[in-house]
Structures are given as structure tokens and as C-alpha cells.
Design a protein around this ligand. Sequence first.
Ligand SMILES: C[S@@+](CC[C@H](N)C(=O)[O-])C[C@H]1O[C@@H](n2cnc3c(N)ncnc32)[C@H](O)[C@@H]1O
Length: 258
Amino acid sequence: MNFEPGDKAMLTDRKGRRYLLTLRTGALFHFHRGIVPHDLIIGQPDGSLVTSTGSEVMTVFRPTYADYVLKMPRGAQVIYPKDVAIMLMQADVYPGARVLEAGLGSGATTMALLRAVGPEGEVIAYEQREDFASRALTNIEEFLGKVENLQVRMGSIYEPIEPTEVDRVSLDLPEPWRALPQVAESLRPGGIMVCFLPTILQVQRLTEELQADTRWTSVWSQETLTRTWHIDGQSVRPDHRMVAHTGFLTFARITVKE
Ligand SMILES: C[S@@+](CC[C@H](N)C(=O)[O-])C[C@H]1O[C@@H](n2cnc3c(N)ncnc32)[C@H](O)[C@@H]1O
């Protein structure tokens, strides 16, 4: 489908710099290499080329999930796409699954969960800050459009929660061990939990709490280092820069409750 007013478009210049636009009839995109009228993009197909008034030839694509998440306005820090990718696969988030999430943050993880569970699934997300929840809902709607299968519950997941049965749990908050009683109550036998944590001391504390409760099994942690390569003629080597640390993922599976 060709670009229409209101669509998101990702412009990339020859140096790989990326610009995320929301297309509006008559609007102009200004940057250091001139101007690109939005009307040059509206009506064109995904993957088009446009030339700015400063003669910069740019590609125009619909943003991927990763493009959007790294450019969207943030309230809370998002989980990077490289970590979200592993979370979805290792926690086996499947079409039709019901997922309990906390906290909603900027909505980045929620969007990935919503795409993985599809229209038959559901995401129930806890968040304690109104401003973050409102930012997240705007981000989600801007990327996915109106979603019917997201329930946002305002409040702390460290406190007793409304009874809920879910297949998967995704936690990204500072003290996930404080949510374990609520999670263990909600997660169906065989269900999988994944927690994102930035420091190894948090991972150790969480792991000890999981090991102390015999209902939890298959507890393991991992981190994901992504090293990109520079390939240009005879110069073939790893890039000089990388995102060296984002966080750790801890997974656990729950057995039948006694
Ligand atoms: C790092 S952010 C989550 C970011 C989110 N995963 C994303 O990718 O956009 C952590 C969020 O957890 C929320 N939070 C912290 N403690 C919480 C609690 N006890 N219950 C619910 N939400 C909580 C914070 O307000 C914040 O929005």
C-alpha cells in the first residue's frame, strides 16, 4: 500500500542517518541537507527514493518495530529490540497467549508482545505511573493503530492483584522478586516468566528467590551481546562501537501448584 497522510515513514540518508516522520499533506521535513516535502512521499510505495532540495538522495521505508522503538518518544527506558527478540523466542510467546506484563513503561515491550500474541491473544500490563501509561498508550496506538486486546491496569504489581490466569509473564521493573507471589498465583502450570534486569545483583537476588520456592524450575539467565561488522573492500572487521551492556534476561517456568 502506498504512503498516505498519517503514515510513519523512515528516511535514511547516504550516511545511514535515520529520520522518522509522520506524513502530513503540505508539511516539510527540514534537515542539514535541505528540505523534503512530505507530498513527495505521499502516494509513493514503500522503498521509494526521494531527493531533498540539497540533492541528498534518501530511501523511504515504513519503519520496522526496531526503527520505531529506538526513535519514539520515551517516558521510561525501553528494552532494546535485541533483548526483546530473545525474550519472545526463549519465553515462547505464541499466537493466542495471554501475557501479564509489568511495568508498561514506554510501551516498547508491550508492542512486541501484542504482535507476538496476535489478535487472539491478550496483554494485561501493570503500570504505576499515569504519565508513563499515557505516553505508552500513545506510542502503541501510533505504531499498531487501535488495539482491542491490551488491558492496562494502574497500580503496583508488588501488591495483591486482580485474579488473572495467564500463559506468560514479562517483568521489567527494579524488584521483580516482590511480584513473585502475584506471578505464581496468575501463571498457569507450565507457564514461563521472563524478567529483564540491568544489574547482576538484581539477577542474583531474583534467582535466589526463585530457587527458594520449589514451584519454580528451569531458572536460567543470559545476556545478549550484538557485535556488528564493518565490511568495505579489504577492510573487514568488527565495528569499533557497540552497545556493550543493556541488561540480563532471567527465565523461569512454573510447575503445578500444590
Ligand atoms: C524500565 S520501565 C519498563 C519499560 C518497558 N519494558 C518498555 O520496553 O517500554 C519500568 C516501568 O515499571 C514501572 N514500575 C516500577 N515499579 C512498578 C510496580 N511495582 N508495579 C507496576 N509498575 C512498576 C515504572 O513506572 C516504569 O514505567
